[in-house]
Ligand binder design. Structure first.
Ligand code: NAD
Length: 484
């Protein structure tokens, strides 16, 4: 079966591209082209925004009741549930996500998000009447913002697309999605499911394209809000444009999160946990906890245990269910991670596991050997900058206060964990670290609760009622003159 496509999803159907440009989707494992799809141009974005604009200004979607929209998204959810394996497989093909991770997070987690947003939308205060301060009642409504530009990255493409499209739709907005050029394939399947569920024409439009075309979408006068997930560098540029135009914007950006191992932690269980929180999706995760903080007293034991755990991980074909670490998404990403590994050595960190060069037994693919550095100072660049690959740094702390200080000594503030036998001590640390999500002996995102970043990790929140609020404007109506 070919994965090639020759059209964009615009105005409820398959629209011919405005130009002849194409994107070749290349397998990060085999380095072979696996699909060719059209590359969006500014003219395609203009057509998509025009369709979304029409659907918002004149179409039924924003005028339907929340209950009617919930019914359509419920149908989408049921269709999505039937395609979880296919969706996960597409993401493994296009970006090399290990199938073990893809079948855990790349499609089931987006589906859980849909279900969670549906439950939230059913209880949401779309319109409420409250007693006013002047004696009369006030009606407070939550109305859609308008046309939303949704821009996801390649690493968790459905996860970050659904987190924007579904709350935007439930609130009555219309959407233009610009998938990253590395990962267009999953959005074609999503488009088919949305259409089958009965989402009206123009309500969702999808044009995969690169950065410059993304900039055109962000600055487009027909767009009312930008919802972006990606690097902090791109987030700054997007925020500047939205600031100038006073467009609504929400940003989910990078991270450099810390996992704090307290002295009473069960080392075996902690290592199993760190394997996941540090190296999920081959280290290509915004919430990856790549700074491992260990006390000076326990430092050698933690480094040894981590070295043993990481060197035992299976690296290879992402389609193999036994694979724990797959390739990097692209050659430039492989080169970027290798540059950081070389930098760590130049900065004086001690290479304990991994290092540059292909992993044993592999000759093609954009692989990086899972790597652990010890004797890392938190001011080193490898401890401050987001590497976005399977590279962990172990940093020593003096006491718990020092561990919290080091965890907070970062421009980022996305996530974190603490590992301890003492739940109260863990909760105390969780309250002191400046990060948007935090786990005690675990890191699982719960879609009923807000997710997002402190500091340069972002602005705004996804998930939970707070994630739905991001796609609404508040309106107050004074229905009668107050009895003054
Ligand atoms: P990126 O910023 O290079 O690109 C992200 C998306 O934005 C892509 O679709 C890209 O084409 C587009 N883009 C880039 N610059 C743009 C601009 N100026 N205007 C409009 N569109 C633009 O990031 P990436 O390399 O694709 O993804 C990795 C980054 O994403 C990492 O920093 C990671 O931490 C972050 N991320 C964050 C979260 C989160 O929820 N906080 C989740 C996943 C990934």
């Amino acid at each position: 079966m070919t994965l090639d496509r020759d059209a964009f999803f615009i105005d409820g159907g398959w629209a011919a591209p405005a130009t002849t440009g194409t994107i070749q989707v290349v397998s990060p494992h085999s380095e072979q082209v696996v699909a060719t799809v059209p590359e969006g141009s500014t003219a395609d974005i203009d057509a998509a925004v025009a369709a979304a604009r029409r659907a918002f200004d004149e179409g039924p979607w924003p005028r339907m009741s929340p209950e009617e929209r919930i019914e359509v998204i419920q149908a989408f959810s049921m269709l999505y549930a039937g395609k979880l394996a296919e969706m996960a497989e597409l993401i493994t093909i296009e970006m090399g996500s290990p199938t073990s991770f893809a079948n855990l997070a790349q499609s089931p987690a987006p589906w859980m998000q849909i279900e969670s947003f549906l439950a939230i939308a059913r209880e949401f205060a779309w319109e409420e009447t409250r007693p006013g301060a002047l004696g009369g009642d006030v009606i407070v409504r939550r109305e859609p913002v308008g046309v939303v530009a949704a821009i996801p990255p390649w690493n968790v493409p459905q996860f970050t697309t659904i987190s924007k499209v579904v709350p935007a739709l439930l609130a009555g907005n219309t959407v233009v999605v610009k998938p990253a050029p590395e990962t267009p394939l999953d959005t074609y399947l999503m488009a088919e499911l949305l259409a089958e569920a009965g989402v009206p024409a123009g309500v969702v439009n999808i044009v995969a394209a690169g950065r410059e075309v993304g900039e055109h979408l962000v600055a487009h006068p027909g767009v009312d809000k930008v919802a972006f997930t990606g690097s902090t560098a791109a987030g700054r540029k997007i925020a500047a444009v939205c600031g100038e135009q006073l467009k609504r914007v929400s940003l989910e950006l990078g991270g450099k999160s810390a996992a704090i191992v307290l002295d009473d932690a069960d080392l075996g269980a902690t290592m199993e946990g760190l394997k996941f929180v540090g190296l999920m999706n081959s280290g290509q995760a915004c919430v990856a906890q790549t700074r491992i903080l260990a006390s000076r007293k326990n430092y050698a034991a933690v480094v040894d245990a981590l070295a043993e755990t990481v060197s035992g991980m299976s690296v290879g074909d992402p389609a193999d269910p036994a694979t724990e670490i797959g390739p990097m998404v692209a050659q430039r990403q492989q080169e970027r991670v290798e540059k950081y590994i070389a930098l760590g050595q130049e900065e004086g960190a001690r290479l304990v596991v991994g290092g540059n060069g292909m992993p044993d037994g592999l000759s093609t693919g954009w692989y990086v050997r899972p790597t652990v550095f010890a004797d890392v100072d938190n001011r080193m660049r490898i401890a401050q900058e987001e590497i976005f690959g399977p590279v962990l740094s172990v940093i020593a702390y003096d006491d718990v206060d020092d561990a919290v200080r080091i965890a907070n000594d970062s421009d980022y503030g996305l996530a974190g964990t603490v590992w301890t036998a003492d739940q109260e001590a863990g909760l105390d640390v969780a309250r002191r670290v400046r990060a948007g999500t935090y786990g005690v002996n675990t890191y699982t995102m719960d879609f009923a609760a807000p997710f997002g970043g402190f500091k340069t990790s972002g602005i705004g929140r996804e998930f939970g009622p707070e994630g739905l609020e991001q796609y609404t404007e508040l309106k107050s109506i004074y229905p009668t003159a107050p009895a003054m």
